[in-house]
Design a protein around this ligand. Structure first.
Ligand SMILES: [Zn+2]
Ligand SMILES: [Zn+2]
Length: 415
């Protein structure tokens, strides 16, 4: 489910509603484009009923953690996955609901800013604990007695959503619905003082101008890579701002209708003695003869740079990785109109390497037990666009055989 956020334009103050996953804001009133940057997860609050919004000093905010993403698990019975979207309490106290349920989807959230005067209860649950609970890993492993080799969270979106409360007649009251939550006698043991808005939580709005030539960069709300049509450069919306990234393309032919980007992550996996592409093909027992040139080719994992549902994400990554030798040399990217937006951050893609090893393994026994120690080293990354042809309901990559249903690609924009 999508969460919508109400956000005033940093330039003209106009009221804008955007998707919580979007980092790029285009104001429909003044046309100014800016991108959102924060030091940690975004923080929101449910809107307070009435007009006391934000400025009320006596508000007490209870934190909830929202996790949305794909959870993968590699066990001796294979690879399982699930899409998780949940909001869990971050401050365990009697009376607070364990989850916000559907409430964040039912109303526009507000971004916390230094105008929020109340006190914020401290987030006291550790993220991994929440993730594990959210993923209900036990449900994924099924019946007991199984060996778990690896778990990964990919495409994750973590944010903090606060529930505003007010103290009324020795009770804590939900300030959104104006209903009583808990008798204050029961909460004596809990530190309810909270702290003020922390300036580190403040989201910055930065101009989307090309750092090289000052031109306006192109890109849609959810995309992470912006291009400059003026000086032909590409920029990644990183944690520190706009970073130039190496970007390549494998040119298609007259049948090409769309280019989809993959993170080409070159890496060594010393514990499995994987240095070259030939090593990878041998360790995963691929039923092909290892080509001579494959020994000189550094091992690269090809991970979709756009969000997909877990099954097709892993399938596409496996096919692109195993069949990479069928692809022609890549070339410098020149800005093209039919590039599909990059929506999966590089650091998320990096977490898929062990999954690709598992998915590519012909013999589970020879690969799965090695996964816990199979850490990648000497990592370098490139973004490479692959050509896809239109097959009515699907997009197909002719060389590697990757097929992605159009409906699934569209759905990925809302994951
Ligand atoms: Zn504006
Ligand atoms: Zn430029």
């Amino acid at each position: 489910m999508e969460i919508k956020v109400e956000q005033p334009c940093p330039q003209c103050g106009g009221k804008i509603t955007l998707d919580a996953t979007h980092r790029l804001l285009t104001c429909p009133y003044c046309g100014v484009k800016s991108f959102l940057q924060s030091k940690g997860p975004f923080r929101y609050t449910l809107p307070v009923g009435g007009s006391s919004i934000g400025s009320n000093e006596s508000l007490l905010y209870a934190p909830f953690i929202r996790f949305k993403g794909n959870v993968f698990l590699v066990s001796d019975t294979g690879i399982s996955y699930r899409v998780v979207d949940t909001t869990q309490e971050g401050f365990p106290m009697p009376g607070l609901p364990p989850s916000l349920g559907l409430r964040p989807q039912a109303m526009n959230l507000l971004r916390l800013n230094n105008g929020n005067r109340g006190r914020f209860l401290r987030l006291s649950r550790k993220l991994p604990v929440i993730l594990e609970k959210a993923a209900r890993i036990n449900a994924l492993t099924g019946k007991g007695g199984k060996q778990v080799y690896h778990r990964a969270y990919i495409g994750e979106d973590i944010s903090y959503i606060y529930l505003p409360m007010l103290r009324e007649n020795d009770c804590l009251v939900d300030a959104v619905t104006d209903t009583s939550l808990v008798d204050c006698k029961q909460t004596r043991a809990f530190p309810l003082k909270g702290s003020k808005f922390n300036s580190r939580w403040q989201v910055n709005f930065l101009a989307t101008l090309c750092p090289r030539c000052g031109w306006n960069l192109d890109g849609e709300g959810d995309c992470l890579v912006l291009s400059c049509r003026n000086c032909d450069t590409t920029w990644y919306l990183g944690k520190k701002g706009l970073e130039r990234i190496p970007c390549k393309i494998i040119p298609g032919d007259s049948d090409t209708r769309l280019y989809l980007a993959f993170w080409k992550i070159s890496a060594h996996i010393p514990s499995m003695k994987i240095w070259s592409f030939a090593d990878f093909m041998e360790r995963t027992n691929q039923p092909v003869l290892t080509g001579k040139l494959w020994r000189e080719r550094v091992m690269s994992f090809w991970i979709p740079a756009f969000k997909l549902r877990p099954k097709i994400f892993l399938q596409s990554a496996r096919q692109a990785t195993v069949n990479q030798w069928l692809l022609p040399e890549s070339q410098e990217l020149h800005t093209l109109p039919n590039l599909y937006p990059v929506t999966l951050p590089f650091n998320e893609a990096r977490q898929a390497l062990k999954l690709v090893l598992a998915a590519a393994a012909v013999s589970r026994k020879s690969v799965f037990p090695k996964l816990p120690g199979a850490d990648a080293e000497n990592i370098t990354t490139q973004l490479v666009y692959l050509p896809f042809v239109d097959r009515k309901y699907d997009w197909m990559q002719p060389r590697t055989g990757i097929v992605i249903a159009k409906s699934i690609l569209q759905l990925g924009r809302h994951l």
